[in-house]
Design a protein around this ligand. Structure first.
Ligand SMILES: Nc1ncnc2c1ncn2[C@@H]1O[C@H](COP(=O)(O)OP(=O)(O)OP(=O)(O)O)[C@@H](O)[C@H]1O
Length: 558
């Protein structure tokens, strides 16, 4: 799709009015020049009062037509871009977490913000282009009325020039596409720099090496952009030469073959100069037009990826209706990350585990044993590659996964606190304040107008804010990934010995990843993971008791 297709599709019934306004503006502009030419050619008398009125009327038509065209194109383009953004946001919402992780945030940010802005900046260009096009047509007709052979000669010359121009434009578009890919790499490296700024500050060599990499990318970008700009300038020169050829043909070639009066000759030259203005306008805007088309192609490519990633129905099947009464059954469940290069990708499973409603289960194990990955599968973020996940005996299939996730309130290790309490908008301050007190952060932040007044707190305090959100959500299944890791000893004790039991008392099921072995007794069962497998399932309240389904063999891969 090109920029013109986009605007044309969006304009619908406005399309005709915009085209009519552009053609009126173009024709009025041409007629103004023709009128001035005609007055200048008069042998006697000069301009009349009628000429003066006609002149003013033509200017008025031009102003009204041009204004309508510009405003119409700009509003239509902004409407189209707004729809693109809204459509993509909906697609992002319906895409699986796994797919968004794979696509990466750099590409999505770049397409939905930078590319959309680039297209937005071309509205004036398109409006000018439309008017210039009609002006060229009107000027062509004017030339045709003066001399048909001159008209035919110019159409032949300009037609050949335009065909060559567009042929070459394809190479430039490819260059612009390459520049766009490099620009995204540049953006990723800048993100790396700012996210790791502390680390860069502590290590000059790291900073230097990262800067060298970013400079390398910037250098590549400079190379590709310079090539594109040079090619565009060469194009512009070529088009200018094409016009000179047209003028030369009229002055030197035409009179050799066709009888042309001197006065007509002058008018013809005036006519060509009249075409010159709009053509130069079009040429000057050509780079922006090409770049906008590349941006549009990028957005379309992202949309295709999001379409392929759309795994979730807007109206999922919901057999649970917000309740979990029996529990969760995991049967031979496995998940494998997508392979990255030659390295074998990590996988968990096959895992089997039953979690009864109201139970507190700790998932423990060494770093990289697959605990967080298991939690993501358990919470319906990653679809199992094999096996089944059931809640209250209903299989969590893609058509039910969104409803299943509504049973869960989770604080992942890379949790996020939203700027507003989305999902809970309208919750009264009187419900939040006691929780701020309970989490001992009432002197650090408060709650007003659907948001916490401050969220720039310490990691442990931010986790307490996340816990407040969980408590407010009041869902039957609570999942915590190393929540206590950043808490002081006093609060860690509070989490294990008071908070978790109180959740259990409310009938909630709790699954928590933990490294705090001194609190393992707070769980009903402790599931130990190793190399993506369950190594053991123990019940701290019944040590040594045989746990059904607990594997005993060494799970390490052979
Ligand atoms: N997004 C990802 N893409 C590909 N592989 C991943 C991804 N996230 C994790 N892994 C792989 O999965 C392995 C297990 O990671 P996971 O976070 O599940 O471990 P963990 O047991 O929670 O570790 P820790 O105790 O350190 O938090 C990692 O070693 C890594 O190789």
């Amino acid at each position: 799709m090109t920029l013109i297709d986009l605007i044309s599709g969006e304009a619908e019934d406005k399309r005709f009015r915009i085209l009519a306004a552009a053609s009126l503006a173009g024709a009025a502009n041409t007629a103004t020049v023709a009128l001035v030419n005609a007055i200048a050619q008069r042998k006697s008398g000069g301009a009349t009062l009628g000429d003066c009125f006609l002149f003013l009327a033509l200017i008025a038509v031009y102003v009204v037509g041009s204004r309508y065209t510009c405003h119409g194109v700009s509003a239509t383009l902004e409407d189209a871009l707004h729809h693109i953004k809204v459509r993509n946001l909906e697609k992002i919402e319906r895409a699986s977490y796994e797919a968004i992780e794979r696509i990466g945030t750099a590409e999505i940010y770049d397409r939905i913000s930078a590319n959309v802005s680039r297209i937005s900046s071309s509205a004036a260009l398109i409006a000018n282009l439309l008017q210039s096009l009609f002006m060229s047509v009107a000027a062509g007709l004017y030339i045709a009325t003066l001399s048909l052979p001159a008209f035919a000669l110019l159409v032949l010359l300009f037609g050949a020039g335009i065909a060559l121009f567009y042929q070459k434009a394809r190479d430039i578009a490819q260059n612009l596409q390459a520049a766009s890919a490099i620009r995204m790499g540049f953006f990723e490296q800048l993100t790396d720099l700012f996210q790791g700024f502390k680390e860069v500050k502590l290590n000059q060599r790291r900073g230097r090496e990262l800067r060298e990499d970013i400079q390398g990318t910037s250098g590549s970008l400079r190379g590709v952009t310079t090539t594109s700009n040079n090619a565009l300038h060469d194009h512009w020169l070529f088009a200018q030469c094409n016009l000179y050829v047209g003028l030369a043909a009229l002055i030197f070639v035409l009179p050799q073959h066709v009888e042309v009066e001197a006065s007509v000759e002058r008018l013809l030259i005036g006519g060509v100069l009249l075409v010159w203005g709009p053509v130069v306008t079009c040429l000057a805007g050509f780079p922006v037009y090409l770049e906008s088309n590349v941006s549009l192609a990028n957005i379309e490519a992202l949309e295709r990826k999001l379409d392929a990633a759309a795994s979730e129905d807007e109206a999922p099947i919901d057999p649970w209706k917000g309740r979990l009464t029996r529990g969760i059954e995991v049967k031979d469940l496995a998940y494998t990350y997508a392979a990255a290069g030659a390295q074998e990708s990590f996988h968990i499973g096959p895992l089997s585990l039953d979690i009864a409603a109201g139970e507190i289960v700790f998932i423990v194990g060494g770093n990289g044993s697959g605990k967080s990955t298991f939690l993501k599968v358990l919470t319906g973020l990653y679809p199992p590659s094999e096996g089944t996940l059931r809640a209250d005996r209903f299989a969590v299939t893609p058509d039910k996964a969104p409803a299943y996730r509504e049973l869960i309130s989770a604080i992942y290790s890379d949790f996020h606190i939203f700027s507003k309490l989305y999902g809970l908008l309208g919750v009264p301050e009187s419900s939040v304040s006691p929780l701020l007190k309970r989490m001992q952060i009432e002197d650090k932040t408060s709650f007003a107008a659907d948001r916490f007044t401050r969220v720039d707190l310490s990691t442990g305090q931010r986790k307490r804010l996340a816990m407040i959100v969980t408590l407010l959500e009041d869902r039957p299944l609570c999942v915590f990934d190393e929540w206590a890791a950043d808490q002081d000893p006093e609060f860690r004790k509070y989490f294990y010995e008071e908070l978790l039991p109180s959740l259990k008392q409310q009938g909630k099921t709790v699954i928590a990843v933990s490294h705090d072995d001194r609190y393992f007794h707070c769980a009903d069962r402790v599931v130990t993971m190793e190399y993506g497998q369950i190594r053991s399932i123990e019940s701290p309240h019944h040590p040594g008791a045989a746990i059904p389904g607990a594997p005993s063999a060494d799970p390490r891969p052979a």
